[in-house]
Design a protein. Structure first.
Length: 339
C-alpha cells in the first residue's frame, strides 16, 4: 500500500531466513482485515510503501538453525503478531505484549498478502495445525489468525458469561466473530448493533437475539428498551471510532464491562464520566490470539463454531486491490486471498 486507495501487487525478493529463529512460510490462505481499511482510507503517500496483511495460514518451507518446535512441512496458523513464547507476558497469556513483539504488515514489517513471508521467532509465533493444507475447515481455521481470536478477546474482556446480556458494537467480521464468542461463553441475550442486511442475517445465524440499527443516542435508548432499562453486562466494541466507544459505554449496565478490540482511531477514550459513575470497566487491546488457539481450535475442528462464513469473497493475489475496494465499499464482509 502506497497511499490511501493505492494498493499494488509487486514482485519483491524471495523471503529468506535472516535470524536463526526465523521460519519461511508459503502462504496458502491470507485475507484482508477491517483494520487494513483504516490505512486504505487515510494513509499518506510514501515512496517505499507498506507490505500488507497480518492473517495467514501456510506451509513451513524452511526453518533457521535455532528453531526446534516448528518443522518444514508443518501447516501453521500465523497469528497477526509475532512473539517469543518465552517471556513473562507470553507465559501470562498475553503474547501481544511480548517483550519482542512485532506486528506483521505494519511499520515496515513484511505482510502476509503474499506468496511467502519470513516469520521471526517461529517457535513462539507459529501454531501447527493437525490438518492438510486444503482441509475443508480452512476458512474457519484462517479466522484463528485474527478475527475469531479478536472477537473472543472482546468477549473475555467484557466478562461475558452464562445468563448475561451482551451487545456487540459493529457488524464487520470481528463483530460477527464476537457474536459467536458471546454465544460460546453462554450469553443469554446478544444484541448486534449494525445496519448491513447481509451481516445482520449472519449475526442472527451465529446467535444474535436482537438487532439494533439505530446510532448514537437512539441506539442507546433502543438497547435500554431491550434490557429492561438497565443496559447490558458486556459490551464487545468491534469498531474503534469515538462514536462507537461512546455508544458502548452508554449501553453498559452499571458494574458492566466494555471489551474493546476495534483499533482506536482517536487517542482519547470518550465517555469517561458515564464510565466512572456507572462503575464500568473499560479494557481490551490487541487480542492475544496465539494464546487463545488452544481454546478455540478444538471448537473449529469439531464444527461447534463456524467463523469461516465471514469470508464471502475469494481472490488471488492479482485480485487483492479489488478486494480492498470491495470491503471498503461494503460489498464484501471479508475477503480471503488464495495466492
Ligand atoms: Zn514473549
Amino acid at each position: 500500500m502506497y497511499a490511501a486507495g493505492d494498493v499494488r501487487v509487486q514482485e519483491v525478493p524471495d523471503a529468506a531466513i535472516v535470524e536463526p529463529t526465523d521460519a519461511i512460510v508459503r502462504v496458502t490462505r491470507a485475507c484482508i482485515c477491517g483494520s487494513d481499511l483504516w490505512p486504505y482510507a487515510s494513509m499518506e503517500r510514501t515512496d517505499s510503501g507498506q507490505s500488507m496483511g497480518h492473517e495467514a495460514i501456510g506451509v513451513v518451507e524452511d526453518v533457521g538453525s535455532q528453531v526446534t518446535k516448528i518443522k518444514k512441512g508443518d501447516v501453521v496458523v500465523m497469528p497477526f503478531a509475532y512473539s517469543d513464547g518465552t517471556c513473562a507476558f507470553c507465559h501470562e497469556g498475553l503474547p501481544t505484549a511480548c517483550v519482542h513483539v512485532g506486528f506483521f504488515g505494519n511499520n515496515g514489517m513484511n505482510g502476509a498478502q503474499a506468496e511467502a513471508l519470513r516469520i521471526p521467532l517461529a517457535d513462539g509465533t507459529l501454531y501447527p495445525l493437525p490438518v492438510g493444507e486444503d482441509d475443508a475447515l480452512m476458512r474457519s481455521l484462517l479466522t484463528l489468525s485474527d478475527v475469531m481470536g479478536t472477537g473472543h478477546h472482546a468477549a473475555v474482556v467484557a466478562k461475558v458469561g452464562p445468563g448475561k446480556r451482551a451487545a456487540v458494537v459493529g457488524d464487520g467480521a470481528v463483530g460477527l466473530c464476537a457474536v459467536i464468542a458471546a454465544k460460546r461463553l453462554g450469553a443469554e441475550q446478544i444484541i448486534i448493533m449494525g445496519r448491513h442486511a447481509d451481516r445482520i442475517a449472519l449475526a442472527r445465524e451465529y446467535g444474535a437475539t436482537d438487532v439494533v440499527s439505530e446510532r448514537g443516542d437512539e441506539a442507546v435508548e433502543r438497547v435500554r428498551e431491550l434490557t429492561g432499562g438497565e443496559g447490558v453486562h458486556s459490551v464487545l466494541e468491534c469498531v474503534g471510532h469515538g462514536a462507537s466507544m461512546e455508544t458502548a459505554i452508554g449501553i453498559a449496565r452499571p458494574g458492566g464491562a466494555v471489551g474493546r478490540v476495534g483499533v482506536p482511531q482517536h487517542t482519547e477514550i470518550p465517555g469517561s464520566l458515564p464510565a466512572f459513575f456507572g462503575n464500568i470497566t473499560v479494557g481490551g487491546g490487541p487480542a492475544p490470539v496465539r494464546a487463545y488457539l488452544d481454546d478455540l481450535l478444538p471448537d473449529v475442528l469439531d464444527g461447534r463454531i463456524d467463523p469461516g462464513r465471514v469470508f464471502d469473497h475469494t481472490v488471488g493475489l492479482d485480485g487483492v486491490p479489488d478486494g480492498y475496494r470491495a470491503m471498503a465499499d461494503r460489498e464484501s464482509i471479508k475477503v480471503m486471498v488464495k495466492p
